[in-house]
Design a protein around this ligand. Structure first.
Ligand SMILES: [Zn+2]
Length: 184
């Protein structure tokens, strides 16, 4: 599997693309969340190391099939309109979640589950931002890079890229910039 595969507004997956290495993420947030096997392996390692620090995280969303993204997109268009949807919800085929390499992380604390923007600047969030690369993950939609990624800041959305994560982290670039600058 190509861990650097680029899926964004300009690079869509086909309707029939399904990764062949999906496994159950074993998440306590929800049953039957699937992710790529390498994501599972590395996320578990990261979550366990965080646990030693007293942090408790899990995966709240992993692989999403094309049809599901289509429903999500149409519902958002209906409920929130085009402007919001354009910055926040990927069109069907354009969601990284279809690769099985993207995860949305939630934080458990004080018997509550924190999701999406609620995790922003929590200790767990700060730790993730600075350490996730050690496990092959990058913060995929960082603050200040909205014009490059095409998405609003999403502190909860991480993408598995493997070893390259370290280079991406220390150069403070997005996957788009990395592929553009370093892989020509
Ligand atoms: Zn996500």
């Amino acid at each position: 599997m190509n861990f650097l595969m680029l899926v964004n507004k300009d690079n869509a997956l086909s309707k029939t693309y399904v990764p062949d290495n999906l496994v159950n993420a074993d998440s306590k947030y929800r049953d039957n969340i699937l992710v790529a096997d390498m994501v599972y392996k590395n996320f578990k390692k990261m979550a366990s190391d965080m646990n030693d620090l007293g942090y408790n995280i899990d995966i709240m969303s992993g692989y999403r099939e094309y049809i599901y993204q289509e429903k999500l997109y149409n519902k958002s268009l209906n409920d929130k309109g085009f402007a919001y949807t354009f910055r926040s919800i990927a069109k069907p085929g354009c969601s990284e979640h279809q690769t099985g390499l993207a995860i949305d992380i939630c934080v458990y604390k004080n018997e509550k589950c924190y999701v999406e923007h609620e995790i922003e600047d929590m200790e767990e969030d700060t730790w993730l931002r600075n350490n996730a690369y050690k496990y092959g993950f990058i913060l995929r939609y960082p603050k200040g890079k909205e014009d490059i990624t095409g998405y609003n800041y999403e502190p909860w959305h991480y993408r598995y890229v493997g070893k390259i994560a370290e280079e991406i982290y220390f150069n403070n670039v997005t996957l788009e910039e990395y592929l553009e600058k370093y892989c020509k």
